[in-house]
Design a protein. Structure first.
Length: 104
């Protein structure tokens, strides 16, 4: 029996939907866009992808070349980071622009 996995975008979409449901139910508040953790999550997939990609140059001889035996774990790390970033991006897109505080 062959197992099929959910794609990274689909998994990120599901995470974003769960996060938005929790916000709509009033269980959590929408995060302020100034939070450092939120900003890190937005760029995480790009940073991880480039770091692993450029690490392949000295370790395996080419960009995004993986050392023998490390391909699967490295791909899973890239996909996990991408899933989190996609969830945050989609969630923030649905929430819309942040509200501005009143200027005194």
């Amino acid at each position: 029996m062959r197992r099929r996995s959910v794609g990274v975008f689909q998994a990120g979409t599901l995470l974003a939907a769960m996060w938005l449901l929790a916000i709509m139910a009033g269980l959590v508040d929408a995060p302020p866009v100034s939070r450092r953790l939120l900003r890190v999550a937005l760029v995480l997939s790009t940073v991880v992808f480039l770091a692993i990609g450029f690490a392949g140059v000295p370790l395996a001889g080419a960009f995004l070349a993986y050392p023998e035996g490390y391909a699967k774990p490295l791909i899973l790390i890239i996909e996990a980071a991408s899933m989190l970033s996609i969830a945050v991006i989609l969630g923030l897109l649905v929430l819309g622009p942040p509200e501005r505080s009143a200027q005194p």
